[in-house]
Write a protein that binds this ligand. Structure first.
Ligand code: NAI
Ligand code: A1CAB
Length: 266
């Protein structure tokens, strides 16, 4: 794994986060990772990690054993076409583009290649991603390699591609929805008199504790809520007011709006 040569095409938010995650996990040598972007100065901060930079995509993929496509979905066809003649036989192609099928990516290559759709979230930069993987034209060995790679940077699950749209919404977009809850709570904290910085510290630790409680116990969240909620007490006042204002319904409606968007991606 250390010697695996990886090209990351598109050093934006996700591509850079993956580069950092790979290096932090210490399973791939930084010098074996090449990251591309049209404007290289925008990713110069990654030089401290020891990765290679390249503005020429064909050069970056030549010699790579695994190529990650981390450009916006509307650029996937163009980039796959561009690199197709330079990709060595047997190269593993990982598409990170939300809403783009692996068959569509695979069709751009003039040879049969193992293609994976991989959907992480930005916590991949710190090894805490929830990542989904689906495979196309791949062997069990390819699957094991890709799963091993992404399991180094959080938790990876192999799923049928048909579930990828829902997975994208719940985990990849989901990290933004969780952040929005954190921000809302922080604003409440400021209104109650905490500084923004202290409010952030309090809410961050509280949300981390909540996530770890259910992760460790496997309990349903409502069982943990029951432990907090004194009958006729303070917590239930807040919970019920949030529900009167449509908290659960808002979250589900937001998820479904995102789900419809990703299912209709072009
Ligand atoms: N940001 C996220 O949390 C997640 C993003 N994704 C997917 O990852 C992909 C990238 O998303 P982001 O990183 O958010 O976008 P981004 O816009 O931050 O990054 C894309 C990068 O590709 C570069 N680029 C554009 N054309 C290029 C080319 N021809 N050659 C090399 N680089 C080129 C852009 O300059 C940009 O820096 C998208 O397809 C998105 O659906 C998937 C899961 C999560
Ligand atoms: O918002 C987006 O389109 C991308 C896909 C998943 C997370 N970010």
């Amino acid at each position: 794994m250390k010697n695996l040569k990886i090209a990351i095409i598109g050093g934006g938010n996700l591509g850079s986060a993956i580069a950092k995650g790979l290096i932090t996990a210490d399973r791939v040598s930084p010098s074996n990772i090449t990251i591309t972007r049209r404007n290289l100065s925008a990713i110069s901060h990654l030089s401290e990690f020891g990765v290679e930079f390249e503005s020429n995509n064909p050069k970056a993929v030549a010699g790579a054993q695994l190529v990650m496509l981390a450009v916006k979905p509307y650029l996937i066809d163009e980039v796959a076409q561009e690199i197709s003649p330079y990709v060595a036989p047997g190269t593993i192609v990982v598409s990170l583009a939300a809403g783009i099928t692996s068959a569509r990516v695979a069709a751009h290559f003039n040879q049969v290649l193992p293609v994976f759709c991989v959907m992480p979230n930005t916590a991949i930069a710190i090894g805490e991603s929830m990542t989904f993987v689906s495979s196309f034209q791949a062997t069990k060995e390819h699957e094991a390699l890709v799963m091993d790679l992404f399991n180094q940077m959080g938790t990876a699950l192999l799923i049928p591609e048909a579930q990828m749209a829902a997975a994208t919404v719940l985990a990849s977009c989901g990290i933004a929805y969780a952040m929005r809850y954190i921000r809302a709570s922080m604003e409440g904290g400021v209104q109650m008199g905490f500084t923004a910085a202290l409010s952030q510290q309090i809410v961050t630790q509280t949300v981390k504790g909540a996530a770890q409680l259910i992760a460790h116990s496997g309990n349903h969240p409502e069982a943990e809520i029951d432990r907090v909620t004194t009958p006729g007490g303070i917590t239930i006042e807040g919970l019920n007011e949030m529900e009167h204002k449509g908290f659960t319904s808002s979250v589900i409606k937001g998820l479904m709006a995102a789900f419809n968007k990703v299912k209709n991606a072009k």
